[in-house]
Design a protein around this ligand. Sequence first.
Ligand code: NAP
Length: 252
Amino acid sequence: MMDALGEPQSVLVLGGSSEIALATVLALPRARLRRVVLAGRPSPALDEAATQLTSAAIAGVSTVGFDAADTASHGDVIGRVFDEGDVDLVIMAFGVLGDQAEAEADPDTAVAMATVNYTGAVSAGLRVAACLRAQGHGALVVLSSVAGQRARRSNFVYGSTKAGLDAFAQGLGDALHGSGARVLIVRPGFVRTRMTEGLEEVPLTIDPGDVAGIIVSALRKGRETVYAPGPLRYVMAGLKMVPRPVFRKLPI
Ligand SMILES: NC(=O)c1ccc[n+]([C@@H]2O[C@H](COP(=O)([O-])OP(=O)(O)OC[C@H]3O[C@@H](n4cnc5c(N)ncnc54)[C@H](OP(=O)(O)O)[C@@H]3O)[C@@H](O)[C@H]2O)c1
């Protein structure tokens, strides 16, 4: 249950080793947290994430196996976490960037990306929403991307999965309206994490801690959609207006 100041006391992270999600948990008032469940594929990275939170004096940190691509298991995994107690905040952070050239050359690779980023998110998102609705409170943070705002030639497979995810999350937020539960859609640009390691940075590149600050502030303000960093809202509004013959020639 949220505390008297409206701060979350229990958090579920789907994609438990995500650097953006971890930074977000660390940006919450730590002394308020009573339970943090990191759901992810068993790996040293997931264990390290749990250790990092515990070392930061966060109480009640645990891990649970969760594979976004294994949608048949989602009901059990998510149901069990909610059965063990209220969840105030769910951060849906799993995702794969993949390689555009590889995905174009091998449709199975593209399908695997779509399965995690879109199908997995639909499966987990609907199950989380049902649990939040039953609780009558709580927030679902969805890690979308500016890549989904307009698909670019250079990464349209990833972009299309995020476009689908973003549209789904908007609808889910509308469906939950009035239930006490809500959805916050986060649209980051380029963030320095494992996902972007080795890629050339672009203007407005930020760190996971910056995204975390934006997410926590947006949750407190009851926002439904937020860009990270904020000025990307205007960049994307401008890019959406660019005619296609021009857009496809842009070096982006
Ligand atoms: N970094 C950016 O520039 C950026 C920009 C816009 C949006 N985003 C989005 O932000 C979210 C978090 O990304 P991040 O930057 O924090 O990168 P990250 O640290 O690489 O996190 C990605 C997470 O997704 C998990 N994951 C991948 N496939 C999975 C599967 N089949 N089942 C369960 N978990 C799976 C990874 O777990 P494993 O350890 O098991 O691989 C990892 O925890 C992603 O949805 C990403 O698309 C990132």
